[in-house]
Design a protein around this ligand. Structure first.
Ligand SMILES: C[S@@+](CC[C@H](N)C(=O)[O-])C[C@H]1O[C@@H](n2cnc3c(N)ncnc32)[C@H](O)[C@@H]1O
Length: 445
């Protein structure tokens, strides 16, 4: 329990918003207040001033931020980058291609981009940069060693194929570990790189207050090359109203370009729907047929709506278990999980998290937990997908097929851009992943 009163906590929350942009609405507010209280008491700090003067704000932030990330996250959006954006950039930018993952957490995103460039033979003439507020996350990124949960979409997705299995974990090949650059950058502050051709700032601004969103959006706009692209996550806030950016929407994701600045070279892949000076929205035309697909993606049909819905919030302890698991602190995650299960033995999500924690070291136990989870709640695609992936890696192809089909049935009921509960991935991406896995499994029959 905290011995700080509400006004002391409010002052610390205001300080955090000012220094990092981060705010804690919904369920995260409860977790944050608890974590701040515990931290301040533990460190014998009573006010926001004392916290600042002690130099311990970064450590407190570490307890509060969400570092969740994984390889091939939002595979649909990545397929757009792979098929439309990267080939276009390769054409219009003859020199070095500069690619930046802003808020890269443990590095899965910049490595995913590096692999995408390598697949097209462009990596040698590219720079890939990952930045984050968190030094511990950056240290994990520089190491390039990942737990199985970082490849949660399964072994067949584009980036996962580059990873080298080592002792139940996955290692990024050394040529990428040595050449992808990581550095600390607080997005609220200066020090942005410039002339970037592709920036990913996904699932970062979702946690920011409106003032900081506008500040960062303008800085990101300033960091883009005139031909550049900015990709954001499906639940991230709109940026074109607060910064000189034009919105580009495709079935596969949300993107921005510098307003009225990028060169329109042949053949135009988008059309201007709203003329300047208002922010323009570009609807992207179907890609040319000859793109060498990693996945056989269906061509975009109708323009997707921008979905800004958020998932139902997890419980406080589920949130904390995920946070600790993302930090690699499995012992503490398991302790909280055990207590939570004792209190709520019929909570399906807790069995899902139990499976996630066991995936790497004990896949049989993970499958047993998934069995309980699916028994309690058969509607969660994330549980079926994890079961499918585990069955597949154990060579149980018939069971894997069945689980991929169950996942597919559930995700195809949702709009493509809808986030899927528990896995933080869009329904469209999971549809693609399942179809691809089923094709591969059928090919192995
Ligand atoms: C949920 S992760 C997103 C990781 C990755 N972009 C993805 O989508 O998989 C959000 C990351 O943003 C970082 N972050 C939060 N506030 C930040 C700030 N002010 N400056 C830089 N990074 C920040 C966190 O440390 C965390 O690693």
């Amino acid at each position: 329990m905290t011995s700080l009163d509400t006004s002391q906590i409010a002052a610390v929350l205001a300080l955090i918003a000012e220094r990092s942009g981060l705010v804690f609405p919904d369920i995260r507010g409860e977790t944050a207040v608890q974590a701040i209280g515990e931290f301040m008491v533990e460190r014998n700090l009573r006010t926001d001033r004392e916290l600042i003067n002690s130099g311990q704000l970064p450590e407190l932030l570490e307890r509060l931020v969400v570092h969740e990330s994984f390889f091939d996250r939002d595979v649909e959006q990545l397929s757009f980058l792979d098929q439309i954006v990267v080939p276009e950039l390769a054409r219009v930018a003859p020199g070095t291609l500069r690619v930046w993952s802003a808020g890269c957490a443990g590095g899965e995103e910049p490595y995913t981009l590096a692999f995408m460039l390598a697949k097209r033979g462009l990596y040698e003439r590219s720079t890939v940069l990952g930045t984050d507020l968190s030094e511990p996350a950056l240290a994990r990124a520089r190491r390039g060693r990942y737990r199985a949960w970082s490849t949660r979409l399964g072994p067949g997705t584009p980036a996962a194929r580059y990873l080298e299995p080592i002792e139940a974990q996955f290692q990024v090949p050394s040529r990428f570990v040595q050449t992808v650059t990581f550095r600390r950058l607080n997005l609220i502050e200066d020090g942005y790189p410039d002339g970037q051709h592709l920036i990913l700032c996904r699932n970062v601004l979702i946690y920011f207050d409106p003032k900081s969103i506008a500040l960062v959006a303008n800085k990101l706009a300033g960091a883009l090359d005139r031909d550049g692209w900015l990709a954001v996550g499906p639940s991230d806030p709109r940026l074109d109203g607060v910064a000189p950016l034009d919105l580009v929407i495709d079935d596969r994701g949300v993107f921005y370009r510098p307003r009225n600045n990028h060169t329109r070279r042949e053949p135009p892949m988008w059309s201007v729907a709203t003329p300047a000076p208002a922010p323009a929205i570009h609807w992207v035309a179907p890609p040319p047929e000859s793109f060498e697909d990693v996945f056989e993606l269906p061509p975009p049909s109708v323009p997707a709506r921008v979905v800004v819905t958020r998932e139902p919030q997890p419980t406080v302890d589920a949130h904390e278990i995920r946070r600790l698991a993302d930090l690699g602190d499995l012992p503490r995650a398991k302790t909280i999980l055990t207590a939570a299960l004792a209190a709520r033995p019929l909570d399906a999500e807790l069995y899902f998290l139990q499976a996630v924690l066991a995936t790497e070291l004990d896949p049989v136990a993970a499958l047993a937990s998934l069995g309980r989870c699916i028994y309690l709640d058969p509607t969660k695609a994330a549980a079926h997908l994890l079961a499918a992936s585990l069955r597949r890696s154990r060579g149980q192809h018939a069971e894997a097929r069945q689980a991929y089909r169950a996942t597919l049935t559930l995700v195809t009921r949702l709009p493509a851009t809808e986030p899927v509960q528990w896995i933080d991935e869009t329904a469209g991406s999971l549809t693609t992943v399942c179809r691809h896995a089923l094709e591969q499994l059928d090919g192995n029959r």
